[in-house]
Write a protein that binds this ligand. Structure first.
Ligand SMILES: Cc1cc2nc3c(=O)[nH]c(=O)nc-3n(C[C@H](O)[C@H](O)[C@H](O)COP(=O)(O)OP(=O)(O)OC[C@H]3O[C@@H](n4cnc5c(N)ncnc54)[C@H](O)[C@@H]3O)c2cc1C
Length: 228
């Protein structure tokens, strides 16, 4: 890996897993990563609301009280990357709770809470245009276009040329709002790809999350747009 001052580090295998920052390198710049900022609210529990024994999910979620507070969330700000905690997003979470579990909203006396003084945390989710994670080995973008250029003329061609992989490089990113669920399986996919082992999921699923899918779709779209 090179920086302005020369070599920063070298390793036989590099796995890029830096959410939206994954696209900040020359080799990854074409990845269409998007951001969704979001915020959770720490809602003070009352003796009655603390009886909630399980997480309730739907449009949002609320968790059982821990250290005297329920976690309520989360907001979605598409295209934003700010991590500022905002009163209006606390208000949005509290309003969501009123429709998710009206009874708990009453028991927590949520209508009396002042969003301006509530605690919470804001973060940024990284996602992709088709909202699936981006997981697997990476090909050299320019060489990929050259290798598969015939697909821009005829998308039905069955090309057998191997993709121009960047050896030892893999990525796992764009886990969106479900990364706590998808990241572990993604790690298995990456490990198997680097070991040339069969993946832990069917080939159709590997293709659905493959980092090359956007470059491939762009080539095929060019074929569709070309005059007959
Ligand atoms: C408000 C909110 C609520 C959420 N709720 C849920 C939920 O209930 N369930 C769920 O499954 N998911 C939830 N998520 C989504 C979940 O947090 C993400 O899907 C998950 O964190 C993605 O994991 P990641 O490792 O890909 O990215 P991240 O967790 O964003 O980690 C990326 C890491 O890369 C590091 N990094 C960035 N640039 C560099 C660099 N140049 N060099 C080195 N390191 C770098 C960052 O510091 C960071 O540690 C929520 C997200 C938000 C914002």
């Amino acid at each position: 890996m090179l920086g302005a001052a020369g070599e920063l580090a070298s390793a036989p295998v590099v796995i890029l897993a830096a959410a939206q920052e994954t696209a900040s390198l020359d080799v990854t710049r074409r990845l269409p990563l998007r951001t969704i900022a979001g915020q959770i609210t720490e809602m003070p529990a009352t003796a009655e609301s603390a009886r909630l024994a399980t997480v309730v999910t739907g449009k949002g979620y609320v968790a059982p009280a821990r250290r005297g507070r329920h976690t309520v969330g989360a907001t979605h700000r598409f295209g934003e990357a700010s991590t500022d905690v905002r009163a209006e997003e606390h208000a949005e979470n509290i309003a969501m709770l009123a429709t998710l579990v009206p009874n708990l909203f009453e028991l927590a006396r949520a209508a009396t809470l002042d969003p301006a003084v509530l605690a919470g945390r804001a973060g940024v989710r990284c996602t992709s245009p088709d909202t699936l994670p981006i997981v697997g080995p990476l090909a050299d973008a320019a060489a990929f276009e050259r290798t598969y250029a015939p697909l821009a003329r005829d998308a039905s061609l069955d090309l057998r040329d191997p993709a121009p992989w960047l050896p030892g490089l893999a990525i796992t990113t764009a886990h969106g709002s479900r990364g706590l669920v998808t990241a572990m399986l993604a790690a298995e996919i990456v490990a198997d790809a680097l070991e040339s082992a069969p993946g832990p999921v069917p080939a159709s699923l590997l293709a659905a999350v493959h980092p090359n899918r956007f470059a491939l779709r762009a080539l095929v779209r060019r074929e569709r747009r070309a005059p007959a």
